[in-house]
Design a protein around this ligand. Structure first.
Ligand code: PRP
Ligand code: MG
Length: 184
């Protein structure tokens, strides 16, 4: 068995669930952007890498791939938290249709910041796709046009989501055993 199996309490989304949802999202995105000259996917390191790779391959419209690396300063606890740009866009997004690709929207801090930043570069449009959404983000009414799954406020890892940089490579999304992160 893979090394991580012993650390997972339960699987909440299987690799098949994720693949089916990716295909469904891709079909909607293909239709919504059919009349455009293509899409610029902007993924956020590192969490979005798996979903970005799968989504790009499921789409049938032309896409270009861009990555940014953002880090939220200080505590996740402060909603006014500062976001630091560790890696900016490499390309001019002016007049481009931008689709931000995320693995999960949790407090919404990262996304709120990005949605204020991107318009300063004059894109033609900005939308967001996230494979997962936590309850806080749902409450905060963030404009995530395409959502894969709403997941409970538990410690979920896999498919890009980490705990202390581990578990990103899991092909499924699972709840981490509390014993692993020093919980009960
Ligand atoms: C995680 C996740 C999202 C963000 C969501 O990234 O990948 O980008 O947090 O949280 P928020 O809605 O509360 O801002 P993180 O900054 O931990 O880095 P990572 O992608 O490298 O794991
Ligand atoms: Mg991230």
């Amino acid at each position: 068995a893979p090394w991580y199996d012993a650390d997972i309490e339960r699987v909440i989304l299987s690799a098949d669930d994720i693949a089916a949802k990716t295909a469904e999202l891709a079909e909607r995105i293909d239709a919504d952007y059919a009349e455009t000259d293509g899409l610029l996917l902007v993924g956020l390191f590192k969490g979005a890498v798996m979903f970005m790779a799968d989504l790009a391959r499921a789409l049938t419209i032309p896409v270009e791939l861009e990555f940014m690396d953002l880090s939220s300063y200080g505590a996740r606890a402060t909603s006014s938290g500062v976001v630091r740009v560790l890696k900016d866009l490499d390309t001019d997004i002016r007049d481009r249709h931008v689709l931000v690709v995320e693995d999960v929207v949790d407090s919404g801090l990262t996304l709120s910041w990005l949605l204020k930043y991107l318009p300063s570069r004059y894109p033609a449009s900005v939308e967001v796709v996230s494979m997962l959404r936590k309850p806080k983000a749902l409450e905060a009414n963030l404009p995530v046009k395409y959502v894969g799954f709403d997941v409970p406020d538990e410690f979920v890892v896999g498919y890009g989501l980490d705990y202390a940089e581990r578990y990103r490579e899991l092909p499924f999304v699972g709840v981490l055993k509390a014993s692993v992160y020093g919980g009960a």
